[in-house]
Design a protein around this ligand. Structure first.
Ligand code: SAM
Length: 222
């Protein structure tokens, strides 16, 4: 069996032909210690975008805008990306990056806590055919019902950081006290994804663990 870290290093060594501004942004974020999508995650996302060809995309967790600008490279000109971030300083940086690199104005940044923003998006009747969930892991379970409402039938939900650097797999009895709540919430989220009747989900080791869920189409007999 190939070790996970070795495989991730292998993925990192592969040429990805990204434009210079993304290479620079990625390095800048890494240098500043801002957590952004890993190389394995990038591979999965660009593959899923090519497969699904979404037009309405939602991202929960913008940081400084790297992943939104990354997704922009792999969608069509009429695609719109809505992304949510709550940290003021990251919002400022992301806005600046979008001004520079989103020349056609395809990205909309919503500043605020995703819990509130998602409820508003639901109330306004929004729907997305691709959702990238990449915010505070412990809150995924709270976002889930709204995320499901916002996802169109046939739409894809990609969730990042599922593995919590491997801790998700540990027994709850061995998890240190300060990690217990998040461990329990992530386990809950995994169970919900695995059992929800409206979704079909695959769990992958890629990056820090990713889940790819598809919302089932409505069948005639349903
Ligand atoms: N998607 C980004 C990328 O790959 O370039 C990285 C996102 S980073 C892992 C997670 C971001 O989600 C952080 O910037 C954090 O401030 C934001 N976040 C966490 N919880 C949030 C919430 N409840 N509402 C809005 N943003 C949140």
């Amino acid at each position: 069996m190939v070790e996970h870290e070795r495989f991730e290093s292998f993925l990192e060594s592969l040429p990805d032909c990204l434009p210079k501004h993304l290479v620079d942004l990625e390095l800048e974020n890494i240098k500043e210690g801002i957590p952004i999508i890993r190389k394995g995650g990038e591979r999965l996302i660009r593959f899923m975008l090519e497969l699904k060809k979404p037009v309405n995309i939602l991202e929960v967790g913008t940081a400084t805008g790297f992943s939104a600008l990354f997704m922009l490279e792999f969608v069509c000109e009429k695609a719109k990306i809505t992304t949510i971030e709550r940290m003021e300083e990251r919002v400022v940086k992301a806005e600046d990056n979008f001004k520079k690199y989103d020349k056609n104005g395809q990205i909309t940044l919503i500043k605020g806590d995703a819990q509130d923003v998602l409820s508003e998006l639901v109330a306004n009747g929004n729907e997305y055919d691709f959702i990238f969930m990449d915010a505070a892991k412990g809150q995924y379970i709270n976002f889930f019902e709204n995320i499901k409402k916002l996802l169109s039938h046939g739409g894809i939900l990609v969730t990042d950081n599922m593995l919590q650097e491997g801790r998700l797999l540990d027994s709850r009895y061995t998890v240190v006290r300060r990690e217990r709540t998040i461990h329990q919430r992530m386990r809950e989220y995994v169970n919900v994804l695995a059992t929800d009747k409206e979704l079909e989900t695959m769990f992958l080791e890629t990056g820090d663990g990713m889940a790819v869920s598809v919302k089932k189409l409505i069948r005639m007999e349903d």
